[in-house]
Structures are given as C-alpha cells and as structure tokens.
Design a protein. Sequence first.
Length: 536
Amino acid sequence: MTEPLWIAGAWRASDEPTGTFRAIDPATGEAIGPAFPRSSPADVERAVAAAAAAALALAELDPARIDGFLDDYAARIDGDAEALVAIAARETGLPREPRLLRVELPRTTGQLRQAAEAVRTASFAQPTIDTRAGLRACFAALRKPVLVLGPNNFPFAFNAIAGGDFAAALAAGNPVIAKAHPSHPATSQALAVHAAAALAAAELPSGAIQLIYDLPHPLGLRLAGDDRLGAIAFTGSRRGGLALKAAADAAAVPIYLEMSSINPVFILPGALDQRGAAIAEELTSSCTLGAGQFCTNPGLVVLADSPAARDFIAEATRRFAAAPPALLLSPGVRDELEASVAALTAAGARVLAGGARGPGAGCWFQPTLLSATAAQLLANPALQREAFGPVTLVVVAPDAAALPVIAGALEGNLTASLYAAADGHDEAPYRAVARVLRGRVGRLLDDKMPTGVAVSPAMVHGGPFPATAHPGFTSVGMPAAIRRFAALHAYDHVGDAHLPPVLRDRNPGAVWRSIDGQWTTEDVAAERAGGQEHRS
C-alpha cells in the first residue's frame, strides 16, 4: 500500500503506479517513512484533467476567495510548525534550528501572505486605461493550469505545494499541479493536508490543487509537453531544466526555469589589502552554510595575484580544511557533487582542501576549495560547472586588468559580488568589472556574499541563461513573480459592465491604475468614462 495522491479535491490511490519509493535519511543513508507512488500516465491524466476543468471557474472567482485561501493556508502551516519541521528535518538533514523553524518556514508563510496581499491590491495586474483610445488592459489568469516542479533544497520555501511558485500561480488565479520532490515526500504530503483544508474553507474549485510525488523521466517530459498547461515553473539542475524546456517548447508551453549558477565573487586588490582574512572567513561561512546547497552559493572567487591574494588563499584553505564534513540532502546530491569535483579537477583545477566524501554511510562531503588560473578558466568553460554543495573555485588573474576579461567570459548567473576597498581605492577596477557583470547577472552585490534571498518586492531571483531560461523574470518577490503566470488581456471599447473589476470606471478598492498615463487610485473621471461608454 502506498500513500495517496491529492487529485480533484480528494485523497486518491495511485492508479497502477509505475513504482514506489521512500524518503532517505541523509545522515544514515537509510530509507525512512512510508512508501509513496511513482505515478502512472493515468495519475497524470487525472491530475491534468481536474486542473484544466477548474481553470475557468478559478479565473472568474471573486479574488477575495483566493486571498482568503492563501492567508488561511499560511495560518494553518504556522499552527503546525513544530510537526512540519520535524518531518522536513528528518527527510532533508537540514537543521531544525534555526534553518527550518526560524528561517525557512516563516519565509514560506510570509510568501503566501505577500501573495494574498498582491491579490487584494491587484498589484500584479498593472491595470492600464486609455480613455481616449477606448482601450483597457491588465494581467489576469492564464485560464490554464500551472505545473510546479519543486527542488530538493527548500522543503518549505520552494515546495511545489507551498512555496513561492505555488503562491504566485494561485495568486494569478490558476490551478496548480504540484509535482513534489522525492527527497521530501512526507513533508509535501503534510503541507497538502493543510492546503486541502484551506481549499475547502475557501470553497475554491476542487481541482484548484493537485499533488503527485514522483514520475518516471519520460512521463515527466510528456507532462511538460501537454498543451493543456498554461505555464511551468521548475527549480533544479540544468540537465533536467533543458530537457523539460525542449518538451515544453514543442507544445508552446511557457516554462520558467531556475537551473544553475556559480555566483562569482570578485575581490579587488584594495579589499584584499584591507580585510582579506575577514573576507576569507565570510567566504567559508557562506560556502558551508546549509552545506552549500543554495542556488546562490559562491562557487567562484576571482582575484588578482598579489601577496595579499596569496595570504587570502592560504587563510581560506586553512578554514575550509578545518570545517567539518557537511551533510548533503541525499545520496544523489552527494554523487553529483563528487562527479562535479572530479570534472573540475579534470579540467585543470587543483584541490586545496577537502575534495572527498565524509566518513560513514550517510550523505557527507568535505568542504572543498579548489584553485585555477585565469588562463585555465578562459580556455576551458568546463571550469564554470556548478558544484552543488560546499565547494568553491578560486581563480587567480595575473593583475587587476584581467578581471573584466574574466567577467566577460562568464555565463549568465543569478548573482555576482564585488568586494572593494572602503576608501575608494578600488573605484577604477570596480567600475570596469561591474559594467561587464551587470549584463550577466540578475542581482549585483557590494561587499557581501550572495547566500540568502530576501523576500522583497525589489528582489530579483533570476538572471541570464543558464541561470534561468529568461532574464526578464524573478521567482522571488511579489508582485513580479506572479506575472510569470498571468496573461496580458486587452479590452477594446468594451462596456463597463463587461470589464474585469480592476478595469471598470469605479475603482474596486484603492487599486493603483494607470489612467491616461497617470498612476492613481481614483475612479475614471465621469467625463472620460462617458466618452468610453459612448464608444462601446
């Protein structure tokens, strides 16, 4: 007997599953918890059909029902925090305190509440009214389901049935097909119990949320290519993301991918002279935090050769060597990290510290520092491979003049950091490097490591390929994250009674709208409204 799926508003047994699996305790490598189904084509068809059937009703629902669901869901998660965290900690090996209980779970419920607020204020809709041309436009629901594929490293904040992509898709008015990550199935199931209760309380359509736990790879690609989908959100490996993209592109399904990033950190000469040892400590702390299993882990450090640079490398090597083995999320993550380190060394990198598994049968790996020259990096793109874990490559350039050249050779990344002298001594190299990096990253940081993503409307958690599939979007930060799952709808000389509430003459509730080029919360002026109604 396997655990049930949540499909069409009920817990249902998998229909002829293609297999079963159990979660793995990363600390021991042993299977734990109940068996979960690896779904069949029949399961997928039921999920897609139920979600597609709910799409129109959800899109036309009073938005207050959706923001009520999101707020209620957040409250239910907060009320069960201790139990949820206990499950997630066992399945992922991530520390209960402070990571899961004090940081990630509050971030998750905060995202849900921010999405609810975006629904209440219609901030994602960007209503635009041109009374002279008789045109009105806004972002609105896709009227198709959104497939969300969650990653392994955030059992709450990016969970397919509770994380930011889920919240954004629901906020836009779309049903969600949540494909959980098999590293934390019981966590996803426990979240789904609360989602189901909030769904019933808000009286949303029964097909508004579906949960499946795992799929065979070919079936996952088949699902991504189903033209009944309105969009797909994926966080994971570049290999997996590109395979999904090919399937989605063939069916013209928009897909938003977060794939790989090495998040370069440039440490300029003056900064090394002034505080090299302190920056080495920051680097070690950032790289080993969460066992380095963040998409914003600093995987590449670039500096110009000098006595201070050599001192920095020696200090960083000492700190990495002294750091204890890190517990990774799963055997698969450990094996892939081992392969990545091997690939980096095969490409010419030299191991300065670590480089191997930790002791025992669990998913342990030594914090690893590698080095290479600028010439090696420029000659071999394989040195830009992401190593998902506590691994960093230090690249040494012959002088500061080579730093912009290195910046120009980098692939697209989520972030880049620049450390500069506090007295302005690095101003010239800073400007030279920053102007190149600006087109290669979504977020540029000064004097800080990139680990950590604030949940803010101003946050950009995105970047040029291969960090993501499109540099114009972010997966964190409401309301911008919601617009990935919205269509831009225009109304040409349509009567007021037939318009969405946010585009009618009367403002539905202090919504900011662009009326004839001016942002305002006022109603459409009577004389202008009269002209529009006459034309319609």
